[in-house]
Design a protein around this ligand. Sequence first.
Ligand SMILES: C[S@@+](CC[C@H](N)C(=O)[O-])C[C@H]1O[C@@H](n2cnc3c(N)ncnc32)[C@H](O)[C@@H]1O
Length: 211
Amino acid sequence: MREKLRDWIHRGFARERAVIERWISRQAQGNAGPASLRVLELGCGAGVLAGAFDPRCYRGIDSDAEAVAAARRRYPEYDFRVGDLRSPETAPLFREASTVVCHGVLHHLNDLELERLLAAIVEATSPGASLLAIEPVLPPWTNPAGRLLASRDRGAWIRPATRLEELVASSGLRLAESRRISLWPRYPISSQAYRFVKVRPGRQSVNGKDE
Ligand SMILES: C[S@@+](CC[C@H](N)C(=O)[O-])C[C@H]1O[C@@H](n2cnc3c(N)ncnc32)[C@H](O)[C@@H]1O
């Protein structure tokens, strides 16, 4: 029932999926074609977005074993794994990724956990790698319904867009493009889709200089 309600609110995540597909195909054109893309989806849940990717270049990870089991049932030909994004054991997966995708996941991590995750992504990926993130945006006080729903969300860190951008930028990833996805009037919290790019090799520090 909850899943059905969420699907109705998001209409099957059609808009999110369209944005991700457009950005992914643009990235494929800029590289050596789709075969060079290796997608890692963080917090893939039940695999709702996996179908947007070629199963040969996709891997999804989520800490919820039940959700991962549901994803495997939904898409048996895809690679889904159980893993915690806060664990250093997850870091080797980033080395194999040219595109890291996440939808509604970063607000499940507090600032320190998010900074560590971003640092691991920056450290492990190659220049040109992308982070495609779609995140709910903390509504202003003038939107009390949105504010109330945000306070009840399972992810306890729904941030203002500027705060998330600041955290990602301080990891060294550069904001390449972003767009707002509004679900009004079905849902009073809008999302922001981001494409961040790793521009330089190696670890990148807060002030933007390579270490
Ligand atoms: C709002 S759901 C989004 C699921 C999926 N991306 C989607 O769009 O349907 C957030 C997901 O993040 C996962 N998650 C939260 N914290 C996590 C962590 N530390 N490590 C791995 N997955 C995590 C949850 O288990 C959940 O599946």
